[in-house]
Design a protein around this ligand. Structure first.
Ligand code: AMP
Ligand code: MN
Ligand code: MN
Ligand code: MN
Length: 286
């Protein structure tokens, strides 16, 4: 496959059941192939354990280029932020130990979330969420939301988040995540490139986002995920412009989790308009 074809349909952000997605890495690969993805990254939250299976499946399905990825949960000025690592060596001990250190607290957080939800009359959520989760240490708010939808607490996972699982709501519990600096260093230590994920999703002011992007650049970050399943066309344009201004590359990905839930399916990641001069991170992934 020539480079030109490899860049036809790029999706550098997706999840499997190794974190809070619902498909196995092989099934994500199969879906990516059927949606004509030519360059694909699996980027599970705080976990690299699905990447060997994903890499093999990408080869079996003849996806042009597989990019091993990870999405690291961090906190920056008390806001929860995600940093995607691309082209990482997933055997790298620094990275593996780093993501394990944040993953290990997830179960205790889930126990506390469940206790808080009991107080507002919602029972048995921990046990229910655990049944939807491959590994108890990987338990996420998404598993809580899915279980609560199955119990009829609300119709959609988004409604569950809005009413129960975000700061200020009854089931929200703080968690100690990595620092911005640690996440970038772990990714670089593993030979990867660091991408600020879906900046349009963070519920902070425009000035705070500018400061976040500037801090990210100062600490050695590589790219901004301007093309995201969570972004409007307007946001894609403004984050591409910001990346250009800061001298950062741009990335793009669907953030696919589930055929039923995800706003944008795998392979349907919004494109960066070619008329905006930019450097795609994909050029550096070959
Ligand atoms: P956690 O890592 O446990 O804090 O869970 C975060 C995950 O929950 C994200 O990666 C998304 O997959 C999902 N999520 C966060 N906010 C929402 C939302 N408003 N609606 C649906 N899913 C969400
Ligand atoms: Mn997720
Ligand atoms: Mn994310
Ligand atoms: Mn994600």
């Amino acid at each position: 496959m020539s480079n030109n074809n490899i860049f036809n349909n790029i999706d550098l952000h997706s999840h499997s059941l190794f974190s809070d997605g619902v498909l196995s890495p092989s099934d994500v690969a199969k879906r990516a192939k059927s949606h004509h993805v030519t360059m694909w990254a699996l980027s599970d939250h705080d976990c690299v354990d699905g990447l060997a299976e994903a890499q093999q499946a990408a080869e079996n399905f003849a996806i042009g280029k597989f990019v091993p990825g990870v999405e690291i949960s961090i906190e920056w000025n008390d806001v929860a932020i995600h940093i995607v690592g691309l082209n990482i060596d997933y055997q790298n001990e620094t990275l593996k130990n780093g993501v394990k250190s944040i993953r290990d607290g997830r179960f205790a957080r889930a126990e506390r979330m469940s206790k808080e939800l009991e107080k507002v009359g919602i029972h048995g959520v921990l046990d229910g969420a655990l049944k939807l989760c491959k590994n108890p240490n990987q338990i996420s708010r998404a598993h809580f939301a899915r279980f609560m939808v199955s119990q009829g607490v609300a119709k959609t996972t988004s409604q569950i988040f809005e009413n129960y699982l975000v700061p200020g709501k009854p089931g929200y519990v703080d968690h100690k995540w990595a620092s911005l600096e640690d996440s970038i260093n772990w990714i670089h230590n593993a030979g990867g490139l660091a991408v600020l994920a879906h900046p349009g999703r963070y519920k902070v002011s425009g000035t705070a986002i500018l400061r976040l992007c500037a801090d990210f650049k100062d600490l050695g970050g590589d790219a901004i995920e301007a093309g995201s399943g969570s972004h409007s066309n307007e946001q894609i344009r403004s984050y591409t412009t910001l990346a250009n201004y800061l001298g950062l590359a741009v990335s793009c990905g669907s953030d696919f989790h589930s055929p039923k839930e995800s706003k944008v399916d795998i392979g349907n990641a919004p494109k960066i308009p070619p008329e905006l001069k930019h450097q795609g991170i994909w050029e550096k992934l070959l």
